[in-house]
Ligand binder design. Structure first.
Ligand code: GLP
Length: 264
């Protein structure tokens, strides 16, 4: 696992956007096959998406041959609801880039047969060729996508029940009323994320510090599902200084030293 540490979320987001663009460009230079990416929602990716939008407009990267799959969606929330992940993705990314509409995949939280919807999603990911890169954020309890504590680290796309903690944290988008946050969601599984050739996780702010310390220094555990990244051969966590505030000093120095050595 690599840990990239930047001063603040703005610098971390620039690093992430430029890294993703470089990966898209690198694949486009060697093959006509599409670049398949997993995408996330939340406040964390907003600045990264803003930089990717700028880069698309400046001609520095194109999403014309990118296929995306979002990691999760609430169950039962209308797609047109301002807090649906459909609305979020269009507002903060898809409406401003050149990714063809047919390449965009987001789970349908209102599907008449939710089990089939989740199974079909996994099949569509495989049909697209599998993920080149999965971009994710984390919850305060270390959940990745909506893989709450005690989710199987072998899980695949399915319907999940949100914890009360997550509903309380996410209630800031629902009039501060946890009861208005849907009780369930559809989410890719931990194993779906780890099936990607590469995983990049972003975490900013002191509220993520405990989860980041558990993910990096703690044991791999279903209690903190992002810790499963420890078993991935190409996992990167991008943090601001606040999010690494609970790491041991020696861990912090190690990751800084690795980055400095690789930059030479
Ligand atoms: C939700 C999403 C996660 C996201 C998390 C963190 O729970 N399901 O995918 O990582 O929120 O959100 P934020 O980036 O706003 O802290």
């Amino acid at each position: 696992m690599k840990v990239i540490i930047r001063k603040n979320s703005a610098e971390s987001s620039l690093w992430t956007a430029h890294y993703i663009a470089a990966k898209i460009n690198e694949k486009a230079a060697r093959t006509d096959e599409p670049f398949v990416i997993g995408l996330c929602t939340g406040s964390t990716p907003i600045e990264t998406y803003a930089e990717l939008i700028r880069m698309v407009k400046a001609g520095e990267v194109s999403f014309k041959n990118v296929i995306s799959f979002n990691m999760d969606e609430y169950v039962g929330l209308p797609e047109s609801h301002p807090e649906s992940y459909h609305s979020f993705m269009h507002k903060y990314l898809f409406d401003h880039i050149d990714e063809p509409a047919g390449n965009i995949h987001i789970l349908n939280g209102n599907a008449p047969d939710p089990v089939k919807e989740c199974e079909d999603y996994e099949k569509a990911i495989v049909a697209a060729g599998g993920f080149d890169l999965f971009l994710g954020g984390i919850g305060e309890d270390g959940h990745i996508a909506f893989n709450e504590p005690f989710s199987s680290l072998e899980s695949r796309t399915r319907v999940v029940t949100l914890t009360q903690d997550t509903r309380e944290v996410n209630s800031r988008f629902f009039d501060n009323d946890p009861e208005k946050v849907p009780a369930q969601a559809m989410s890719v599984g931990v194993a779906t994320v780890l099936s990607a050739k590469e995983v990049v996780i972003m975490a900013y702010g002191s509220k993520k510090a405990r989860a980041i310390a558990a993910a990096i220094e703690g044991p791999m555990s279903h209690y903190c599902t992002v810790s499963a990244l420890q078993a991935h051969p190409a996992g990167t966590i991008v943090c601001d200084e606040a999010a690494v505030g609970e790491l041991k000093v020696n861990s912090y120095r190690y990751f800084k030293a690795v980055e400095a050595a690789e930059a030479k």
